[in-house]
Design a protein. Structure first.
Length: 230
């Protein structure tokens, strides 16, 4: 009786091992790719639009941008302009479509319409709200980490702004760091150039309402952190 039990147990283990190594077809159909339209615009310049195609969640290939789309912008129900394709000289930057001289107005709803062969037409509407006031801004907990090749500065940034009540608003919060190049000693430096760089935030606070933007700054829905942006 004991030998029979051991034999059956061994067979069960072997069958289980064989099952784990087999490929399983779950029968999921891969969805048709769709247009992905990204635009972050303000009343300070032209409207730039990036157009790419969607891909499966587990697909690690590079983004595939579409350079033969028809991109139009409408305002007050009328066609304003068909955007022009721009292909940057550096391959590090993706192609995009841009207006030529149009400066968006505050409180005017704009619609972007994108068409491309083989895809469903995409439309998106957005409005630039009234400018809001920053109520406070402070930097604290400065830490400096130096090595032979570079110096890294870490610090806490806290700020607040007047977010209108009883309405949903979206913000791209950018804080710029001033960087000065200089020559000479510490006591008598000569500044040779000044640049500004958008600060990149830690993604540890990412939620559905706040995202650390890859190009710097934060994308916010209203004011979810009440001014505490580490």
């Amino acid at each position: 009786m004991l030998k029979r039990t051991s034999y059956l147990l061994l067979i069960s283990v072997l069958l289980l091992s064989a099952t784990c190594e087999r490929d399983v077809d779950l029968g999921f159909e891969e969805p048709e790719p769709k247009l992905v339209v990204f635009s972050n615009f303000s009343n300070a310049g032209d409207i730039n639009v990036q157009v790419s195609k969607s891909k499966p969640v587990l697909d690690n290939t590079a983004e595939e941008y579409i350079s033969d789309a028809k991109v139009e912008i409408y305002g007050r129900g009328q066609l304003i302009e068909r955007l022009k394709l721009v292909i940057p000289t550096s391959s590090r930057f993706p192609p995009y479509y841009t207006t030529r001289g149009l400066v968006p107005e505050v409180n005017v709803e704009y619609m972007i319409k994108v068409e491309a062969d083989g895809f469903e037409t995409v439309r998106a509407e957005s409005t630039i709200p009234e400018q809001i006031d920053v109520t406070f801004f402070e930097v604290s907990d400065l830490m400096i980490d130096e090595n032979e090749t570079e110096t890294t500065y870490s610090y806490r940034v806290r700020m607040g702004f007047d977010d209108p009540e009883n309405e949903v608003n979206y913000y791209h919060l950018n804080i710029y760091q001033q960087i000065q190049d200089y020559i000479g000693g510490v006591g008598d430096p000569v500044i040779t150039g000044t640049t500004y760089r958008a600060i990149e935030f830690s993604p540890k606070n990412n939620t559905n309402k706040i995202v650390a933007y890859l190009g710097g700054g934060l994308l916010l829905e209203d004011d979810p952190l009440n001014g505490d942006y580490d």
